[in-house]
Design a protein around this ligand. Structure first.
Ligand SMILES: Nc1ncnc2c1ncn2[C@@H]1O[C@H](COP(=O)(O)OP(=O)(O)OP(=O)(O)O)[C@@H](O)[C@H]1O
Length: 398
């Protein structure tokens, strides 16, 4: 049974400039003990999706359903939500100081959190648990460091302390939002390793939000690729890396060294910028940047639908929101031929390796003032990290 079942989540923010449609109908599930990686460029709606689940998007208009252990997080009262937050769902952020208060000792903060959720526990017992947890996450001399202030810890230690705090109540689900982005590569690898180890030990489910495909390759069982507030593609990690269907996923893989299943190919950044979430382009939201754009892409938004999982067809677990043929998966010459043939037949310009921005007159607007040209307020592309080893960490390649 799914631990978390998010259905058709929609989140928008009314602002002076217009309505920011941050999340536009996203569905995903997380099973106990498994890791869902959510990946996409800056501004694709990753953080807003999970913050909404935790009741942390004040002022937003929210719609949809998010069943956690059968209970809808989106309709939960604040009191109930406070019980769930921390005890059942823990959040780990990029900046540990967003969780650790600089003026209080690290251990005291962990102890307070434990006692808030388990008031029957004595201070001494809670302190013992805090020391145990700090030891478990690799803080040296935890019985002494428990009395340190956050500034006495290095960045990596603070991140470890936040993980210790997150895990001290043995939550069923951890949501980690770019947990290692601010850390150098060695510390990042140690922290990810630690999270994997603890996850196995406690059988915790994990949602890992990142723009770094290397982190996804290291950690995720399943992957949700987001673009413009929507799911572009969903599958298990291996299918995503070796048999991507959506041109956006393919573009992400081709823009990161070592991430693409095709060896020896040249790096190719995705041209253009993500769309403004106030003025979304009509049709497929990715079409202004897509090298395989066809006539219908400019007017009809493709639904997320099952595409081929491998050569034998679909098993229903590989979903993509793209009009290209269902069998056009992967980075092989045969798949590329299939895509190019579809583009020719579909009335698009011949794909020549460069994005072909759609002419403005062709675009069906989502509202009267909409423009397909990304505007200045559009977030910048930031899937730019170059992980040393960005392939799925399992044996065998194809
Ligand atoms: N409170 C808010 N009011 C208005 N717009 C918001 C608010 N919070 C987020 N947004 C907008 O929602 C969109 C999605 O933001 P989100 O933080 O989810 O993106 P992301 O994919 O997590 O990117 P990043 O990796 O940069 O955090 C962005 O355009 C952002 O500016």
């Amino acid at each position: 049974m799914n631990l978390l079942d998010v259905r058709d989540l929609r989140v928008s923010f009314p602002t002076a400039d217009g309505i920011v449609q941050a999340v536009r109908g996203v569905s995903f599930t997380v099973e106990p003990g498994r890791t869902l990686g959510i990946v996409g460029e800056s501004g694709s709606g990753k953080s807003v999706s999970v913050q909404t689940l935790m009741g942390l998007t004040a002022g937003a208009d929210v719609d949809g359903e998010a069943l956690f252990d059968g209970q809808d997080l989106l309709t939960m009262g604040e009191r109930e939500m406070r019980r769930v937050r921390g005890a059942q769902i823990a959040m780990i952020f990029q900046d540990p100081l967003s969780s650790l208060h600089p003026h209080y000792r690290v251990g005291w903060q962990i102890i307070e959190m434990i006692r808030e959720h388990e008031p029957q526990m004595s201070k001494a017992e809670a302190r013992k648990r805090a020391i145990e947890m700090l030891g478990l996450v690799g803080i040296p001399q935890p019985d002494r460091r428990v009395d340190d202030y956050p500034h006495q810890f290095s960045g990596g230690m603070r991140q470890r302390a936040m993980i210790a705090m997150g895990l001290s109540l043995h939550p069923k689900l951890i949501i980690a939002d770019e947990p290692t982005t601010a850390l150098d590569a060695t510390v990042q690898a140690q922290i990810l390793d630690l999270m994997r180890r603890l996850q196995r030990e406690f059988d915790t489910a994990l949602i890992m939000i990142t723009h770094d495909l290397g982190v996804i390759a290291d950690m995720a069982d399943d992957v949700l690729v987001m673009y413009g507030g929507k799911a572009a593609e969903e599958s298990d990690r291996r299918t995503l890396y070796y048999r991507p269907h959506h041109p956006y996923t393919k573009g992400l893989l081709e823009s990161v060294p070592g991430a693409s299943g095709a060896k020896g190919t040249r790096l190719k950044p995705i041209p253009g910028q993500p769309p403004s979430l106030i003025n979304l382009p009509g049709g497929c939201v990715f079409h202004p940047r897509c090298e395989y754009v066809m006539a219908r892409c400019r007017t009809e938004a493709p639904p997320l639908h099952a595409v081929a999982t491998d050569e034998s067809g679909t098993d229903g677990t590989h979903l993509s929101a793209c009009w290209l043929p269902r069998d056009a998966i992967g980075l092989t010459p045969a798949a590329e031929e299939m895509r190019l043939a579809a583009v020719t037949e579909g009335g698009g310009p011949k794909a020549n390796g460069a994005a072909t921005p759609a002419p403005k007159t062709d675009v069906t607007k989502t509202d009267a003032s909409a423009s397909d040209a990304p505007d200045a307020s559009a977030p910048k592309t930031d899937v730019s990290k170059a992980p040393a080893q960005a392939e799925p960490n399992e044996e065998g390649t194809e």
